[in-house]
Write a protein that binds this ligand. Structure first.
Ligand SMILES: *Cc1c(COP(=O)(O)O)cnc(C)c1O
Length: 421
């Protein structure tokens, strides 16, 4: 049977089911909120309702208990939570923030929105996260903070990064959008840094359609996050609500609705089970994929437990004498779509190339000596453009039968690789 890309029958005709773990618990919770009629209780003034309604506050309490952290502040997205976090740690124009180039764009945009300069550090080829070494090589006297991303469900080397931050007196934000429930050295992702940020968007392991949570153990940071979430500028002149450092406390409307919070509350209860479902599927696939010597499963670091938002696979084009992209095109034709790389390293995005004379309110403050040229982070570039494959087909309700189709499609291409070369 010939390869589907050359007109043969594909291994799989049916599309894979999509990921949606919404059931009666969420439906009933939403119905209760709708019946009671209070869809949001926030008000933007010095008043107890400044902190949100019953469901929002319950979600925050449950989140704090689950992740063993003092304060949880819900927002309407992780993007909002990242923006608020950068405001809360008080980044101002001229400040440099070291960040991963291998992440969703908002991780670095959060620096631009406050006029800071994102400085991109390269990633570890196995964890795909920035490391204390790559961070250290990017330090300058203008460095104020680090945003570390615990990518694909695995933690960065958080203890080492926190030690480095302490040594140089830097603030740290952890982007845990892809790693709720992941641990490093028996402690949850998101709880190492000054502020950790989670996402509840519909693609993430647990969701409320849209939503985000920032966590911290610092009371002042918690309050600053709450002020930025909800029009803080109108309340901080009240004596009772006063803060000493008012910089960056212009507020937005980053509030989560009661409906979203009610959904998130139910989803949070399912987090551990849903992570386990992904772990099982990746273990099953890894075991079967072992027989393909041109595919390598990246190592999981010793102190980490990985919760697999994605399955990362490294493709050895020399071993197969075939490019990754050709291979993935053939795989897609067989009915199994995987992603070529992950994202273009962020410094290649047009926003970072507007030029020093740009009047853009977001990029005009970028420090002149910082580079965004191609070649800046060779490991991230090599992974994205040549050797990394990301596979999202690891979620419930995919069955072993579905996973076998994935492996069968790879097997078929391998057997016919001469046709593809
Ligand atoms: C999804 C994601 C975000 C943004 O989350 P939203 O809730 O959609 O704003 C940020 N960072 C990473 C690493 C993500 O995967």
């Amino acid at each position: 049977m010939s390869l589907a890309i050359f007109g043969g029958n594909p291994v799989r005709e049916k599309s894979f089911p999509s990921y949606c773990q919404i059931s009666d618990e969420e439906i009933n919770a939403v119905t209760r909120v709708l019946r009671e009629g209070c869809l949001s209780k926030f008000i933007g003034k010095g008043h107890p309702d400044f902190f949100g309604g019953e469901q929002v506050q319950l979600l925050e309490k449950n989140w704090s208990r689950k992740f063993r952290v003092e304060y949880s502040i819900s927002m309407n997205s992780a993007t909002s939570a990242l923006y608020a976090a950068v405001g809360a740690i008080d980044i101002v124009p001229g400040d440099e923030v070291i960040v991963s180039p291998f992440t969703m764009s908002a991780t670095a945009s959060s620096v631009l929105i406050y006029g800071g300069t994102p400085v991109f550090a390269d990633i570890d080829p196995n964890t795909f996260c920035i490391t204390h070494e790559t961070i250290e090589s990017k330090l300058s006297e203008k460095t104020k903070a680090i945003i570390v991303v615990n990518l694909f469900g695995q933690c960065a080397e958080l203890s080492k990064i926190m030690n480095l931050a302490k040594k140089y007196n830097l603030k740290v934000i952890e982007d845990c959008a892809q790693s709720p429930g992941a641990q490093h050295d028996h402690k949850y992702a998101g709880t190492y840094a000054d502020i950790g940020v989670f996402s509840l968007n519909c693609f993430k392991t647990i969701q409320s359609g849209e939503g985000g949570i920032a966590v911290t153990n610092d009371r002042d940071l918690a309050y600053r996050l709450q002020l930025i979430r909800n029009h803080g500028e109108v309340v901080i002149h009240d004596k009772e609500w006063a803060v000493s450092n008012m910089r960056n406390l212009l507020g937005f409307n980053y509030r989560l609705t009661e409906i979203q919070a009610a959904i998130a509350n139910e989803q949070l209860k399912k987090l551990d089970a849903l992570n386990q479902e992904r772990i099982h599927r990746v273990q099953y696939l890894n075991q079967l994929m072992q027989s393909f010597s041109f595919l390598q499963m990246p190592e999981v670091k010793k102190k980490n437990n990985h919760v697999y938002y994605l399955q990362a696979i490294k493709f050895n084009e020399k071993e197969l004498s075939c490019s990754r992209d050709k291979f993935l095109d053939a795989l897609a034709a067989e009915g199994v779509s995987m992603t070529k790389g992950y994202v273009e390293p962020l410094y290649l995005l047009p926003i970072y190339h507007e030029g020093k004379d740009s009047q853009s309110v977001f990029t005009r403050h970028i420090n002149a000596d910082v580079s965004y040229e191609r070649g800046l982070c060779p490991i991230a570039e090599e992974l994205h453009f040549r050797s990394l494959i990301t596979n999202t087909l690891i979620y419930p309700p995919l069955t072993n039968g579905d996973l076998n189709d994935i492996v069968d499609a790879i097997e078929k291409i391998y057997k016919h690789i001469d046709d593809l070369r």
